[in-house]
Design a protein around this ligand. Structure first.
Ligand SMILES: [Zn+2]
Ligand SMILES: [Zn+2]
Length: 459
């Protein structure tokens, strides 16, 4: 929900289940806030899902996050409040005019003995802000940015959000403005307006933190008051961009669709020279072009999408010259070289350990008897060498585990391939995640199909 007059738009409450958190600062020390991590995000994600992060970023403090937003609208993706928080937690929550939630201490009883208990409750009373204060003195403008981490999204049942807490009026307003901009451009923050199977139909975004030299109105933190005048300081606000490759694909796709529509309506003479050239290229293709139907943006059309040509080029797009530019780049691999290095480094570290160490780490989770392990070792392809040989034993261990937990070997194998080859998770991370995902794949051998429903036959 928004801060009135600052980020107001609508006040629909949202429900999403939360997997973990992301922070801009280091872990807090005692009663002190942790230092700002500047260009990094600090992820607080429980096992086994942290293994997926390690496999793709090789750190829990990445400098960029590949995300999808869970809702179409800015206000749902980024809830903002004036929150009064102390070391004990939230004290009250204000929308700039009214305090709508507060924590009170009530007397509770345990074993007949009274003790004070903190309880949150809804309320509705005026904000305590004094006329000369920007917001009430105990509050800080706080935003809660919800997103899915792209690498976690493909895991069954993993459509749970990560919440990034954003504090301070500059960053809160900055994130709101960026999201509003994307919402206007695409009509939605979540659904891609062009077919995008590769991203499950979502618009892929990247979060980074970019240094910014800002002029801050001088503010007395203790008195929570602007004292007049400005000072300069460095901040690391969150910068949201579309995934560069997806954006380039989107731009080209959108442009071609518009040209096709104009061709259909006999408006080719109105094309700019560059678009004329593109049309010529498109006409040369032997494959039948998609028929110029209405753009597949039906659901979001009413929000008026600005023409594609008006969009700025993504800053990081590799410069391609001449006619190459008009070819839509297939979205095959959206990972940057740095990420590939991080992923390779993770695998190297994990796989570089001794076979004994690797197998023992996996068996922390599979807990197979020595005799079973020996038996499986006997089944390993003897033509394999070193690392591969151990990896195959680990696969056999997981398959054995799956079989004893009512999961068919083909299903278990598919799961291993997905976790290992697509997400890059190996060894104990693979084992931990494999076991946690396994219940989603239980398929007893003779599963009876019901032939009646509520006593009525279904044929
Ligand atoms: Zn207030
Ligand atoms: Zn307040």
């Amino acid at each position: 929900m928004p801060i009135l007059g600052l980020t107001t738009k609508s006040d629909t409450p949202i429900e999403t289940s939360q997997l973990g958190k992301s922070w801009k600062g280091a872990k807090k020390q005692q009663n002190r806030a942790g230092a700002d991590l500047k260009d990094k995000f600090r992820l607080d994600i429980p096992p086994p899902f942290d293994k997926v992060i390690m496999a793709s970023y090789n750190t829990m403090q990445p400098t960029e996050l590949r995300v999808f937003f869970p809702h179409q609208e800015t206000d749902k993706v980024f809830e903002t409040w004036n929150d009064a928080v102390t070391v004990q937690g939230l004290q009250h929550r204000c929308n700039g005019e009214r305090i709508i939630r507060e924590v009170v201490t009530k007397t509770s009883y345990r074993g007949g003995k009274p003790y004070p208990k903190r309880c949150g409750q809804d309320c509705d009373r005026p904000c305590q802000r004094k006329p000369d204060e920007a917001i009430c003195s105990e509050c800080t403008s706080t935003g809660y940015l919800k997103f899915y981490i792209r690498e976690l999204f493909g895991i069954a049942g993993m459509q749970q959000v990560i919440v990034q807490t954003v504090t301070g009026i500059n960053d809160v307003v900055g994130v709101t403005k960026q999201l509003r901009g994307f919402e206007e451009k695409y009509g939605s923050l979540s659904k891609a307006s062009i077919p995008s199977p590769m991203t499950w139909g979502y618009i892929p975004f990247v979060l980074r933190r970019i240094p910014k030299d800002i002029a801050r109105p001088l503010y007395d933190g203790k008195a929570k008051k602007y004292t007049g005048g400005y000072g300069r300081s460095e901040a690391w606000p969150i910068k949201i961009t579309e995934d560069e490759q997806w954006l380039s694909f989107w731009n080209t796709y959108f442009r071609k669709q518009m040209i096709l529509q104009m061709a259909e309506q006999g408006q080719l003479a109105l094309l700019q020279p560059e678009d004329q050239a593109l049309y010529q290229e498109m006409s040369k293709l032997e494959l039948p072009m998609a028929s110029p139907q209405a753009l597949p943006v039906a659901e979001v059309e009413q929000k008026a999408i600005a023409p594609a040509s008006a969009y700025e080029k993504p800053a990081l797009e590799p410069s391609v010259g001449g006619s190459d530019e008009i070819e839509a780049e297939p979205i095959v691999d959206t990972f940057t070289a740095a990420d590939q290095d991080a992923a390779a480094e993770y695998r190297e570290q994990m796989l570089g350990r001794s076979p004994k160490e690797r197998v023992a780490a996996v068996n922390e989770f599979t807990k197979l008897d020595k005799s079973v392990q020996d038996d499986l070792w006997g089944q390993v392809d003897q033509t394999l060498h070193g690392i591969e040989k151990t990896s195959e034993l680990i696969e056999l261990m997981l398959l054995h585990y799956g079989e004893s937990h009512m999961v068919r070997q083909t299903d278990a194998m598919k799961l291993i391939v997905r976790l290992q080859d697509e997400l890059g998770i190996v060894d104990e991370g693979l084992a931990e995640l494999f076991i946690s995902e396994l219940p989603n794949h239980i398929r007893p051998a003779q599963k009876e199909q019901p032939t009646t429903f509520n006593g009525v036959g279904i044929d």
